[in-house]
Ligand binder design. Sequence first.
Ligand code: FES
Ligand code: FES
Length: 149
Amino acid sequence: MPQLNINGRLHQVDVEPDTPLLWAIREQVGLTGTKYGCGIAQCGACTVHMDGAAVRSCAIPVSAAVGKKIVTIEGLAKGKVLHKMQKAWVDHDVPQCGYCQAGMIMAVAALLKDKPQPTDADIDATITNICRCGTFQQVREAIHAAAKA
Ligand code: FES
Ligand code: FES
């Protein structure tokens, strides 16, 4: 049975090696903050971190995640201390329906780790997550606010 390191804890998951990581996270481990949108690596709703990089977990087989450190939205805060992206999201009232937002925050958190002061061009090139509620302007403002924090 594959073993996954998710948010610092080891989990045995009873799935085939080619099962998408997203399903192991949601159905086996029970962490449902990571969402299913398109299932074909296009929308970003399923974004998690794998060894610090943002990946779309609907397109990653469980076999490719074994031995890696996976972090989901549930693991981003440190105890009760929000990650600065989460705080910026609250301060800027970013979410509308919220469905895309976990993936959006995970993608942005990875961007800020790589580029602490991203330009609008960096954001456009990297944050390709789809938000059907159209929160893109608020997302951009929150990213710049978090970069200054
Ligand atoms: S559900 Fe994974 S990118 Fe859309
Ligand atoms: S907040 Fe509704 S899809 Fe993005």
